[in-house]
Design a protein around this ligand. Sequence first.
Ligand code: ZN
Length: 95
Amino acid sequence: MRACTLGQVSEALPTFRYHPSLIRTGSVAQRPIRCVVCNEDRRHACVGPAYSVEEIEEGSVCPWCIADGSAAMKLSAEFADGHSLRDLSKNIVET
Ligand SMILES: [Zn+2]
């Protein structure tokens, strides 16, 4: 079995170990975005609870940055001092 047979697919989605069917479950939408992590123009966006960074705008991170962990690294670093904001948003959501 060949490891790479994606010749006709220009932008193959990454493989998520924990979310094998992201588009079907609605966690990844086919939507043109500029990813806030890698600054690449992508045709897919993470829109569901596939990632745990709640402070970022929905659909602003591409699945590739979620898959390789760079989104978690960059965003957790940016929001490292935002715990009060996180608690605040949680209180607002849980009404
Ligand atoms: Zn990205």
